[in-house]
Every structure is written in C-alpha cells, then in structure tokens.
Ligand binder design. Structure first.
Ligand code: NAG
Ligand code: NAG
Ligand code: NAG
Ligand code: NAG
Ligand code: NAG
Length: 625
C-alpha cells in the first residue's frame, strides 16, 4: 500500500447540478411497524422491550428528541441514527425516492445541527456505501487533514493546544465527502438534502437529553468561547434538555452550501469567513488548505471471517483491520462456540489486548508504509499465531502483548446506518472528536471546529502508557490521523445482512466487535445484541472496564455477576464504567423474504425483512419507510 496511485481523489468542486437528478416518487406501500398516538400515555411492548410513551411529543415530531422505541422492523427501508429526528429526516428522503446516500447525507447534516457535540460540517467522517448493483463497497474517507502549516513538533511548547482551541483543528472533510458520495449515487437534488437541517438550525430544535448532558458537562468549554456561548447559553444560562436551541449562522451556512455547492465552503465566501474566525482564534488553517482538500474514494477493505464478509474502511481507520483480526482469532478456534459465554468474553478481552498493541503500527497509508501490518491484521495464519498466545485460564500484564507504541485515545462521534428499498446501504461514522471539538465555534458561520489533530501522535506527549509515541501516526502536512472509527457492512453469500458502527473513540472497536458477535455468531436478536452489557479495555492500564450505568431511557445496563466472577478468577482487574460506546445496527434477514422485495425493480433475487436498532445508550430511535 502507501502509493498515491492507491487513491483516486473525488473532485468536490464540481458545480451543483441538482436538476439532473430526477425525483422518482416511490410507490412503495409504507410498512409502519407501530403507529403511535401522540397523546397516549401507555406502556407498550416492542418485542419484549418496554417502551414508555409518556415522552411522546406533538405532531411536529422533528422537534421532539425523545421517543423510546429503539427498534423498527420494515420490509422497505430503515435509517438508524443516534438522534431519532435525524433517522426520520433520512426516511423522508427515502420516501421522496432518494438513494441510501441521499438519506445518509440528510441524516448526517441533521446530526450536525441537533447533535453538535458529536459531529458537524466542521469535522470529518468515514462513509461506506454498498450498492446493491455492484460487488464490494466504496469507502469514502472524508477525514480531516493536517493543515499545510502543521508540523511534527507544533505542539511541543503547548501540548494543550492539540486538544483545545483553533490550533487543534484539521481541515474539515465532511461536506466534501458527502458531496463526493452524492455525485456518485444521489438521486435527489443536493439542495433538498439540506432543507430539514437548515430548518432545524434556523427555527430552533429541542435540546435532547444527550445534548443537555454534554452542555452541562462542558460548561467551562462553552462559557470560554463566545460562539459556543451564543448558541448554547444564549441568555447567560446554559441550555438544558427541553430548551429550544438556535444556530441561525449555521442555518445560513448550510443554505449557502445547499445553493452554491461545496465550493461555498471550500472555495468561497463561507470558507473565507471561517478562515478569518479560525485565524482570529489562533488557528493556522488557510484557504489553500480548504481548496486542496479532497475526499479519498477507494474500494472498501474486505475481510472474511466466521462465515461472513466484512466490508470496512482502509487505514487511517484502524477499526476494520482491528475487527478483522479479532474475528480471525475467533475463527482460528475452529468452533463457532468459541465466543460463547464468559469464556468467550475472556477470549475477546485477550484478543482485543493483542489487537490494540498491533494497531498502533498503523497510520495514513499515503505517508507511511503500513502494508505489513495491514496484511498481518487481515491474515488468518497471523491470527492463529496470536490465538496460541491466548490462554483460557489467565490474562497477562500489558508487556505480554508486545505493545511498542502509546495508544491512540480518541473520543466523541456519531454513527448512522441506512438501508434503502433496493438494499443499497450506507454505514457512516462522523465526528468532531471531543465533545464540541476544540471548544471553538466560528461566530460568523456557526461551525464548530474539530480537534482532530489530537488523533495524531506527537513526540512530546505525556501518556499513561510509558511507551514511545507511534511514529507512523506523527503529524505531516496534509496527512490524516489514525482513527478508531469502524463503520462496516456485513455480507453473507454476497447478500447484505448487516450495517453497523458506533461512536465512542477507542471503545468503538470493542463495541462493534461485541455487537457483531452477539447477533451474527451468538444469535441474539438485533435489539438484544446492541443492548447487551459490554466490556472495554485500553491495554494500559491493565483494567477491564465493564458497563454499569443507567442510560438515558432509564434502562440499567450492567455486566452479570457471573461474568465478573469468571473474569476475576482469570486475574482480570475489573472496574465499573458509567459510559461507553453507542452502536447503531440494521440487519436484513435473508431467510425471511418480503413480498414487497420481489416486486421491486433493480432487485437481484429478493429483499429480506429489515430490523433497525438505535442504541438506547444515547436516546436515539430508528425510523422506517
Ligand atoms: C432568552 O431571552 C430572550 C429575550 O429575553 C427570550 O425571548 C428567550 O426565550 C430566552 N431564551 C431562553 C432559552 O431562556
Ligand atoms: C475557486 O474559485 C475560483 C473562482 O472564484 C476558480 O477560478 C477556481 O478554479 C476555484 N478553485 C478550485 C480549486 O476549484
Ligand atoms: C494455564 O494453563 C496452562 C496450560 O494450558 C498452564 O501451563 C498454566 O500454568 C496455567 N496458568 C494458570 C495461571 O493457571
Ligand atoms: C453500579 O451502578 C449503580 C448505580 O447505577 C451503583 O449504585 C452501584 O454501586 C454500581 N456498582 C458498582 C459495582 O460500581
Ligand atoms: C430470520 O427469520 C426467520 C423466520 O422468522 C427466523 O427463524 C430466523 O431466526 C431469522 N434469522 C435471523 C438471522 O434473525
């Protein structure tokens, strides 16, 4: 890997010819799993899951952040985001005849408005597109790049600036990547995808419980920045859950990008104002950085394990190859039950510890040769060698896993899944890194600046690892930092069976692995697969974090005593954690064809029933056509 020829750059500054897209009105019968009456106060059982309907809002439902149905079932199409209003906006695009990519663009733009702590157009993302009419999948890397003026030692005298402030910002990629995806697959006018997000930003939206929590938790960050203060503490008081939030400047920015295309940001008036604000706040980003930004479009990485094909992002994502290594380790046991029960969990922890040690050799393949590591992480024989170092009766101190470099401890983020009626699928993970990124909102554009530069390794960093920083991930101008984001698509016998991903920085890879094993290997129902209590590990310190928390919808999630006991017996040190990654999952049951599917055009074979789950941990809900 590593050569420039490996990546084609998608041109992002083409003019917006929205009218060439025909609006194909879908004639699908809507299959509505459960129709709720807005005023009913009742408890309802959805596949054994109790749903409290008291939070149901009035009919203007895009404005109401809570509706506690974590699962939808549909013959037609599903969107699962971590904010239900955005799932519904995605579905509204599918109902207008949009492709899964149209829905994903509209959903992502919505998330940037109503979930600005996690993602937005000032950040970056990874998007995987599986077209039902082509093999494999397209990987669209819209991750931030280091500005041209960035350098390996730029944070030497001020390590905090890597995390906080405008100097922590990488060149934002989200709009460029969304546009590249839309150019390839979009059917609706570019502008139409922006309308719902613009409306939410300008007319105001209700602060969700999750945003409310983040605002309260980041008081210092918000109050220290005039831009953030204006939006999140408009009357000198922090907004809380239930308040209405406005970001009129962001609405205007989105309007300009909707009308003029991405050039408004990357080579136009919005970009110029953004750069002015960034320079004012001490950043080094220039118009040249914006003009030079390109989304990278490549084939997805493919890994075969445990009877499934996993399609995911190539590096600088460490997620797909990390997941592939863990799955290959399970495969090498030669027994489907290897992941079963408390012993399966112990083996998972051991596999994750090895994976984390190895993945720190990765970096941006356009800058460093990482082909050996990638080959190893995808190789069944390498996985078998690792498995021989895993013992069912014990765990080991960190040195045993041969870590060479400090871990990347990234944060934040939002994941969305879309499957449309033709079974085109999008798996997208999007981020501004920390909550509210670097803690700066550009006042003139309403854009929150990411702090993705923190995902690079630097020579002077202080870390708990007592290991040297990873050279493959050092800063270079225009380089992309390593990431844990793991958006994937799962195939069985070349048919789409799953779309999955998560948010939560370093916890993403363990979480996505656990949800995947839960559903596809351990046969849990999709909702149970997502809800099931998870464990996390960071290799150093040598501690298994296990979930023990009451999440936003009131559900308590805690690892069982039996499992804790089993792990302690093997020498694991355990620590309760009131937090963790958040996963969205859509599965297609290909043994259960839908009548509707047989009648659709462009449909090879038949379509199976779709089930979509939004993680109760963040309070979102999925939506269906
Ligand atoms: C802030 O103050 C304005 C004007 O006094 C008022 O209209 C608005 O409702 C207040 N907003 C909040 C969130 O209290
Ligand atoms: C930026 O816009 C100018 C016109 O304002 C145009 O001449 C130039 O080609 C554009 N640059 C890029 C990289 O598209
Ligand atoms: C674990 O089992 C291996 C043999 O499989 C044995 O050599 C080792 O001593 C055991 N370790 C512990 C801590 O029991
Ligand atoms: C688990 O969380 C509950 C509150 O959600 C707390 O009361 C309890 O002490 C926690 N248990 C452990 C072992 O931390
Ligand atoms: C698919 O549906 C069939 C029939 O309802 C069921 O028996 C099977 O367990 C389902 N498969 C999966 C993977 O959920």
């Amino acid at each position: 890997m590593g050569g420039d020829e490996q990546f084609e750059s998608a041109s992002l500054l083409l003019s917006d010819d929205g009218s060439r897209k025909t609006r194909r009105r879908s004639t699908l019968l809507c299959f509505i799993f459960l129709a709720f009456s807005a005023t009913t106060i009742a408890f309802f059982s959805v596949r054994g899951h109790y749903v409290d309907l008291r939070f149901l809002g009035a009919s203007d439902d895009h404005k109401h952040p809570i509706r506690n149905n974590d699962v939808v079932v549909s013959e037609a199409a599903v969107v699962a985001a971590d904010d239900g209003r955005c799932s519904e906006i995605g579905v509204s695009m599918l109902e207008k005849g949009g492709h899964a990519v149209d829905a994903a663009v509209a959903t992502a733009l919505c998330l940037g408005v109503v979930g600005p702590m996690s993602s937005g157009i000032g950040g970056g993302a990874f998007m995987l597109v599986r077209s039902s009419s082509a093999p494999g999948a397209l990987a669209i890397d819209m991750r931030e790049t280091a500005p041209a003026a960035a350098s390996e030692n730029m944070y030497e005298s001020n390590v905090e600036a890597k995390v906080l402030g405008a100097l922590a910002m990488g060149t934002p990629g989200e709009i460029a990547g969304l546009h590249a995806a839309w150019l390839s697959y979009g059917r609706l006018p570019w502008k139409a995808l922006f309308e719902p997000a613009i409306k939410l930003a300008r007319d105001g939206f209700v602060v969700s419980p999750c945003l409310g929590e983040k605002i309260a938790g980041q008081e210092e960050k918000i109050m220290a920045d005039p831009g953030l203060t204006r939006v999140f503490a408009p009357n000198a008081t922090l907004l809380k859950y239930g308040d209405t939030c406005y970001n009129v400047e962001l609405g205007n920015t989105l309007q300009a990008i909707a009308e003029e295309g991405p050039g408004a940001l990357y080579n136009g008036s919005i970009g110029e104002r953004l750069i002015e604000d960034v320079r004012e706040a001490g950043g080094i980003l220039t118009m040249e950085d914006l003009r030079n930004y390109r989304a990278r479009v490549t084939a997805a990485v493919e890994a075969d394990a445990l009877g499934y094909k996993i399609l995911g992002m190539p590096p600088p994502s460490s997620g797909t190859v990390g997941l592939a290594l863990v799955l290959n380790i399970f495969e090498s046991y030669g027994n489907r039950d290897a992941a079963q029960g408390p012993l399966g969990l112990h083996r998972l922890i051991e596999a994750l510890k090895h994976m984390f040690a190895i993945r720190m050799n990765l970096g941006d393949p356009e800058f460093v040769d990482i082909s050996r590591t990638v080959t190893d992480m995808l190789s069944p024989s390498f996985a078998k060698m690792i498995r021989e170092r895993i013992f069912d009766n014990t765990t080991f101190p960190p040195e045993y896993y041969l870590p060479r470099w400090r871990q990347l401890r990234d944060e934040g983020t939002s994941h969305l899944c879309v499957v449309d009626s033709e079974r085109n699928a999008v798996s997208m993970t999007t981020t501004v890194n920390y909550a509210f990124g670097g803690g700066v909102m550009s006042p003139s554009t309403g854009i929150i600046l990411n702090n993705e530069m923190d995902d690079f390794s630097i020579p002077s960093e202080v870390s708990p690892d007592e290991l040297p920083p990873a050279p493959a991930n050092f800063i270079r101008p225009n380089k992309r930092p390593l990431s844990s984001m793991t958006p994937i698509v799962v195939l069985k016998e070349n048919q789409l069976v799953g779309v999955l991903g998560g948010s939560g920085g370093m916890d993403i890879i363990p979480a996505v692995t656990q949800v995947l094993l839960n559903h596809f290997i351990l046969d849990m129902e999709p909702l149970a697969a997502v809800e099931s209590p998870r464990i996390y590990h960071k290799l150093i310190p040598n501690i298994v974090s296990y979930e023990n928390w009451t999440v936003i919808n009131g559900q308590h999630i805690e690892l069982s005593e039996e499992r804790k006991h089993f792990l302690r017996e093997r020498g694991h040190q355990l620590q309760a954690k009131a937090g963790g990654a958040v996963c969205q999952l859509v599965v297609q049951n290909i043994t259960k064809p839908s009548d509707l599917g047989r009648k659709l055009k462009n449909n090879r074979g038949y379509n199976g029933i779709l089930t979509g789950v939004s993680d109760p941990r963040k309070g979102g809900w999925p939506a269906a056509v």
